[in-house]
Design a protein around this ligand. Structure first.
Ligand code: ADP
Length: 629
């Protein structure tokens, strides 16, 4: 039994191919995690790194509390089951299962006990004397599972174990493996390209594409709240319908106009789409509308979207209708013109080829994605609230109230009257500047998201406890986290939590107590910060001796920077003092890097010395985009 942690794991193969990028997950003990995605997305590579069969280019892998990056596979206490079974053909089933234990010099009586127990669980007792070639695919796969089982490992790794079996056997083995997982209470990590396998087996699923994790979630959350179009299309069968549309808000409704069919449009309640950023609701931006076939309902004439039926599949309990938006029967063509519609409906719905039916989406089941990034427009916690505000004299009029204009805002907004504030929900904090009524609260990923009523829009705020609907919430803004737009242009950018320096990496070798000891350094603008020795070795391992020639990006949290006296730290020239109200920053030039550092309200120097602990430095490669440590 064990937990696992993958932290910023990368794999770059010797030929330079980046197969896995910044893979992060905490796997709890006893979880059944499935890695799923199309062929070549990096699933097996990740699994093989966990097994120790592939080196880890960068990142940390923990099994339990132990860092295992450099641990031999045999010492990791894991067992792996492969698609190819990998059984020894000249050995009997018993011998195959006993082989690993014999190698470990386990006493024969214990081996026998374990093999018999596993054989019983897997219902292969009667085949123990047989050779693999005298067994079916399903039976061989059970032997492969048995060989893993007898090892009593902390973690089971399974790489497409059912791919060689026929559909019926695969479905049966799927259930068997799920039951086995429950009865063993061991952590399972399972790789498959089959979304049905993933959905039916995983307690959590990692969806991957081209070496990048797309979403890590429970099967139901992946189905209901896909983070992007890829996940939305990958999970579910038949696939989700996608249409290019334009959205226009009209009071409490949003009109959805289909780009591929000018006669097709529907209305949805604004309330259901409140998380969509306002900029998408003016009818001039194409977005992608997604709706699953099972969430389109056949409705009465005049109530929905017209669809011409091209094909109907009767499956006994349900019926799949294939059609095209519109009401004209056309010559058949496989070309995707953006009008294809699939509807899954109950058997008995009177639908025939050539019919024009009308369908409407279930309002709670609609999805919208950005047309370029393909990321959902309905994030569980929206990234920003877009809020109209007025600048007058020294104040900012917003949320039906007035607040003193911070100096930075006053300078940036000189001559502007109407502006738009982009406010992250986490930068709305308890305070006295503004008050709005609470519509409701929602718990999302351990946080409380409050819906505050701001005129005819919703202001989303992260609050520290569930607020009563109808109550009033008083708040202030973390001004430094707000981006301001005027006439669509960014006039003031939110500050970042981290600053970045660019520099080199070096080592010195010294004799200490008659031993040669290496010291590593981050060199930034003429100053050397001694690197923690394990990080130094890591950089050297990843980049080889090129590390002493490469340039690195060193990131430090703003809160870790300190202004110091004397000649310690980095020397920087103060370019500007930025007063945000509650917090003041100095904009400082250090070499070619421009950074922000928090200073006191009365700060007025032209030069500063900035220091930080080298343990707080994150190191990024600049030749390939990768966090090293
Ligand atoms: P999956 O298991 O998702 O099908 P893999 O992890 O096997 O994908 O492979 C991910 C990517 O890495 C693929 O593009 C594959 O071609 C590449 N790859 C795998 N092994 C090697 C290797 N030894 N050298 C170079 N590239 C590799």
């Amino acid at each position: 039994m064990a937990s696992l942690k993958l932290s910023h794991i990368y794999k770059v193969y010797d030929n330079g191919h980046k197969a896995v990028n910044d893979f992060n997950i905490d796997i709890a003990d006893k979880e059944f995690i499935v890695f799923v995605g199309p062929s070549g997305c990096g699933k097996s590579t990740t699994l093989r790194m966990i097994a120790g069969l592939e080196t880890i280019t960068a990142g940390d892998l923990f099994i339990g509390d132990t860092l295992v990056n450099d641990m031999e596979p045999k010492d990791r206490d894991i067992a792996m089951v492969f698609q190819s079974y990998a059984l020894y053909p000249h050995m009997t089933v018993y011998e195959n299962m006993a082989f690993g234990l014999r190698n470990r010099k386990m006493p024969e009586d214990q081996i026998k006990e374990r093999v018999l127990k596993a054989a019983k669980m897997l219902d292969i007792e009667e085949y123990l004397g047989r050779k693999p070639k005298a067994m079916s695919g399903g039976q061989r796969q059970r032997v492969a599972l048995g060989r893993a089982l007898v090892r009593d490992p902390k973690v089971f790794l399974l790489d497409e174990p059912l791919s060689n079996l026929d559909a019926k056997l695969r479905a049966q083995m799927r259930t068997e493996i799920t039951k086995l997982h429950k009865s063993l209470g061991t952590t399972f990590i399972y790789v498959t390209h089959d979304q049905v396998e993933a959905m039916t087996m995983g307690t959590r699923i990692v969806v991957m594409k081209l070496g990048y994790v797309q979403q890590i979630d429970t099967p139901m959350n992946l189905y209901n709240e896909p983070y992007n179009k890829f996940v939305a299309g990958f999970i579910g069968s038949p696939q989700m319908n996608f249409f290019n549309v334009k959205l226009t808000r009209k009071a409490d409704k949003v009109k959805v106009d289909f780009v591929s069919d000018e006669n097709a449009s529907i209305n949805l309640p604004y309330e259901k789409l409140a998380k969509i950023h306002d900029k998408y609701l003016h009818g001039d931006t194409e977005v992608i509308f997604g709706i699953r076939p099972e969430h389109l309902e056949v409705v009465k004439k005049g109530k929905g979207l017209k669809v011409v039926v091209n094909a109907v599949e009767h499956l006994g309990n349900e019926c799949i209708v294939y059609g095209k938006l519109g009401d004209k029967v056309e010559e058949f063509s496989m070309k995707d013109d953006g009008r294809d519609v699939i509807v899954k409906t109950i058997e008995g719905t009177p639908v025939e080829v050539g019919d024009v039916i009308e369908v409407a989406p279930k309002q709670d089941k609609v999805h919208f994605f950005d047309a370029q990034t393909e990321i959902t427009l309905m994030e569980k916690i929206p990234s920003f609230n877009s809020v109209a505000a007025k600048v007058s004299k020294n104040s900012l009029e917003v949320f039906g109230g007035k607040a003193k204009l911070p100096e930075v805002f006053a300078k940036a907004l000189e001559g502007k009257t109407n502006v738009t504030l982009e406010i992250p929900p986490s930068s709305i904090v308890k305070g006295k500047d503004f008050t709005l009524p609470v519509e409701k609260c929602e718990e999302v990923d351990g946080k409380v998201l409050a819906y505050l009523v701001n005129g005819d829009s919703i202001l989303f705020a992260i609050v520290d406890k569930v607020l009563e609907p109808g109550s009033e919430y008083s708040f202030s803004l973390l001004n430094e986290k707000v981006t301001v737009l005027a006439d669509g242009e960014e006039v003031l950018k939110a500050t970042s939590d981290k600053v970045e320096f660019h520099g080199t990496f070096s080592k010195t070798e010294v004799k200490e107590k008659r031993q040669r000891v290496l010291h590593f350094f981050y060199n930034i603008n003429g100053k050397a910060f001694e690197a923690p020795v394990e990080k130094g070795y890591k950089i050297n391992t990843i980049d080889g001796n090129a590390c002493y020639k490469n340039e690195y990006k060193y990131a430090v949290a703003i809160d870790s920077l300190k202004i110091v006296d004397g000649d310690e730290g980095l020397l920087g020239q103060v370019e500007e003092v930025l007063k945000y109200g509650d917090v003041t920053f100095a904009k400082v030039k250090v070499g070619s890097d421009e950074i922000l550092v928090k200073v006191s309200d009365d700060f007025a120097a032209s030069e500063v010395r900035i220091n930080f602990a080298s343990e707080d430095v994150e190191v990024y490669s600049t030749n390939i985009d990768m966090k090293i440590c």
